[in-house]
Unconditional design. Structure first.
Length: 191
């Protein structure tokens, strides 16, 4: 589905931008183990997993966060790949065979500087994104919701296969109670 498709009530974008329908909380929390886990995680993460509107917003924020990270990767990845490929081809086709050792050394220094700049850009942009505490809160809540849904599914809830249709966050999913809330584009600030 195209990214500009307007979401209907109860819909969110999952992995790959595919539009999915959220499973109502009553289906998940009819399972006592899932309800118990939701209560426990809700207290820990300052979030009401029983509130469908809040969960839907969190699912949409999770996709927004994922899209932003993918965008950073594309903005950095393509130019980096082109620059490194160009340097490698120039080295393989010209520098190593026809340049003097002084010119080769100069090429290696310039190449080292280019690689260092690329690495610094990756570190800065990714640390800024992954280190953002509001985004980490969304990731922590999304990871907990995924665990809750999988617990409900393992104990008899009728859920779509692979619900909620995204993977876990293996890192950068810490909860920071003092952090401001992440907002979707176009969402008004309530302060």
């Amino acid at each position: 589905m195209p990214q500009d498709h307007e979401l209907e009530p109860g819909e969110y974008r999952a992995r790959g931008g595919i539009v999915r329908k959220m499973v109502p909380g009553e289906a998940l929390f009819a399972i006592p183990k899932a309800r118990e886990l939701a209560d426990k995680q809700g207290r820990k993460l300052g979030f009401d997993f029983l509130d469908d509107a809040a969960v839907l917003r969190m699912l949409r924020l999770r996709h927004y966060d994922d899209t932003q990270l993918r965008g950073i990767g594309m903005k950095l990845g393509l130019p980096s790949a082109l620059a490194l490929t160009g340097l490698f081809l120039y080295w393989g086709g010209y520098v190593q065979y026809w340049e003097s050792s002084k010119s080769q050394t100069t090429f290696y220094v310039i190449t080292g500087a280019v690689v260092a700049v690329i690495l610094i850009l990756y570190i800065v942009f990714l640390a800024r994104h992954w280190g953002d505490r509001a985004r980490q809160n969304v990731r922590a809540r999304a990871a907990a919701y995924r665990d809750i849904a999988h617990t409900a599914g393992r104990h008899g809830a009728e859920l779509p296969e692979f619900y909620p249709h995204y993977g876990p966050y293996p890192f950068a999913a810490n909860f920071h109670p003092e952090a401001a809330e992440l907002r979707l584009p176009g969402e008004e600030c309530s302060s």
